[in-house]
Design a protein around this ligand. Structure first.
Ligand code: ATP
Length: 257
């Protein structure tokens, strides 16, 4: 079980509150999209769950408070895909993806044939085979992003936290990466929390959307409940048309007057 419960969670940077008294429950195997304007606190919530920033209140994963877990336990439970991952210069894609196995390696830090099989599998699923021996600093932005996704998936943690999974990807790769995450979610009962700016994609892939504004929850629910023209106009100051597409989700289309 990898359900996630946030109870009264607040985060401040230099005394400035950016997440305020947040209550949120994400079921095991659920995909929750965190949406909201720039600076709303989406990344900070992901960082708090992964214990990368200190917080007030309580965060539990599978019933255990994250503050009581060792760093290795957190790394085994939670894979985090940040917006601009640091990538060691000179390392190849395959070596980098193998880093995702680090929380599982034994005392001597030597990978097993199982670790290598898992790496080969995610490299294949992300269509990175041809790039596997290429150094990371000789990849395009989108290729680097796919390598980062592969590393996070190789970690095989039951909770996947993603900051903007598709920001550098072309539309085809956006769809294939989100499909892959969704497929793995179903196969492995991954719990996914993803900060997403692409509202149409958020509505298509997430079970529920949580709209954050100024560190507080302004709305939570299905795409049809949260992605409304008045809410997007109010909170994003954006003019959009929201279109319900017979069985294919909710499309949010910018409108120019
Ligand atoms: P975006 O959509 O732009 O990625 P976000 O919703 O993910 O934004 P956060 O990155 O969580 O927002 O930032 C929330 C607030 O906290 C912002 O006002 C930001 O300037 C501030 N902030 C983020 N990181 C730090 C930091 N390390 N020190 C001080 N303030 C920070």
């Amino acid at each position: 079980m990898s359900d996630i419960v946030l109870a009264g969670v607040s985060v401040a940077y230099d005394g400035e509150p950016v997440v305020r008294d947040l209550d949120l429950t994400v079921a095991s195997g659920e995909w929750l999209a965190l949406i909201g304007p720039n600076g709303a606190g989406k990344t900070t919530i992901l960082r708090a769950i992964a214990r990368l920033v200190s917080f007030r209140g309580e965060i539990r994963i599978g019933g255990r408070a994250v503050t009581e877990l060792s760093s290795r336990d957190v790394a085994r439970k939670v894979a985090v895909l940040v917006q601009e991952p640091q990538m060691p210069a000179g390392m190849t894609v395959a070596q980098y993806v193998l880093l995702g196995r680090a929380p599982h390696l034994g005392y001597l830090g030597k990978e097993s044939s199982r670790d290598r099989r898992i790496v080969r599998d995610v490299v294949r699923r992300l269509a990175l085979e041809e790039l596997a021996s290429r150094p990371l600093d000789r990849l395009s932005g989108g290729e680097r992003q796919r390598a980062a996704i592969a590393r996070a998936l190789a970690q095989q943690a039951p909770v996947l936290l993603i900051d903007e999974p598709t920001s550098s990807l072309d539309v085809g790769r956006q769809q294939s990466v989100l499909e892959l995450i969704d497929q793995l979610r179903k196969e492995q009962e991954l719990t996914v929390i993803a900060a997403m700016h692409e509202l149409t994609l958020a509505g298509q892939y997430a079970d529920r959307l949580a709209l954050l504004v100024g560190g507080r929850l302004a709305a939570i629910g299905s795409a049809a409940e949260v992605l409304t023209e008045p809410a997007i106009a109010e909170h994003y100051r954006a003019q959009v048309k929201v279109i319900q597409m017979n069985g294919s989700g909710t499309a949010v289309v910018p409108v120019r007057n």
